[in-house]
Design a protein around this ligand. Structure first.
Ligand code: 6PG
Length: 255
């Protein structure tokens, strides 16, 4: 288990986006070379948007094997995929995913299912089908999972104190909203999937994240109160790409 994540402190959010985009390219290249494809679960929220935009334009766009890339989502809000303000898939599609063949992007179905529980079940079935697994067996192994950190210590849609934190027998779970907006039900990948990844990359920027980041990395945070502390890949690598503002309360230096 990865007890000592790499923490890289970037000057600002722009450097963070550039380093994250370059890490994405490296992970994609290694995955395609090793297994002929690259499976990635994207983070939602606002932080990764700048990274996705860099990947969508030259020179980085040409450095990713988009035809070998298969895109999933770490979590999704139960809103229409046309909701430009709140849908994670909408943001990613708008900024980046027109580069990926349509049949290789797997959003959470938030419209054709009655509720988040059904959407979570359907997403686990999608994962099982793609990875050729039984959804009651070991979790899928993503080449890369991108994650953000909420001011309250959440990641994906694993919110403090919510039952989804305790789900170990399902790959996706429904959850009521946390305290941070938007106040809608969500579907989230669960810890077993996050911790099975070959690589997990957190992207954290801004002074509002400083307390949560310190709590997770140095404050001995309990995953029940700071769910991001529960992300400890069993065999994969864990890297925190943070900017100086978010790192302001960390004792450690940069990597
Ligand atoms: C979501 C995200 C969530 C996000 C954090 C950080 O659906 O909101 O998956 O986990 O990564 O809340 O969000 P920002 O990047 O907007 O600060």
């Amino acid at each position: 288990m990865n007890e000592n994540p790499t923490v890289f402190v970037c000057r600002d959010a722009d450097e963070l986006a550039a380093r994250a985009a370059d890490r994405f390219i490296e992970a994609a290249r290694a995955a395609v070379a090793a297994r002929g494809r690259f499976t990635v679960a994207l983070a939602g929220g606002s932080t990764p948007e700048a990274m996705y935009a860099l990947l969508a334009e030259s020179p980085r766009r040409e450095q990713v094997g988009w035809v070998e890339t298969f895109v999933f989502f770490g979590d999704e809000r139960m809103v229409s995929p046309n909701d430009e303000e709140r849908s994670n898939a909408n943001m990613a599609r708008r900024v980046l995913l027109d580069k990926v063949p349509a049949g290789q992007v797997f959003p959470v179905d938030t419209t054709n299912t009655p509720d988040a529980e059904a959407a979570a079940h359907a997403y686990a079935t999608t994962l099982a089908g793609f990875f050729g697994l039984s959804s009651s067996g070991p979790p899928p192994i993503f080449d890369l999972i991108l994650l953000g950190l909420g001011d309250d210590g959440h990641t994906a849609s694993l919110f403090p104190g919510k039952p989804a934190l305790d789900v170990v027998d399902r790959w996706a779970a429904a959850t009521p909203p946390g305290v941070l907006p938007p106040p809608v039900e969500r579907v989230t990948l669960t810890f077993p999937v996050l911790n099975a990844a070959r690589e997990v990359l957190f992207l954290v920027a801004g002074d509002k994240k400083a307390d949560a980041l310190h709590g997770v990395l140095e404050g001995g945070a309990n995953p029940a109160t700071h769910p991001a502390a529960g992300v400890k890949p069993a065999t994969g690598t864990l890297t925190w790409l943070v900017d100086e503002a978010a790192a302001a309360k960390l004792a450690r230096g940069s990597a």
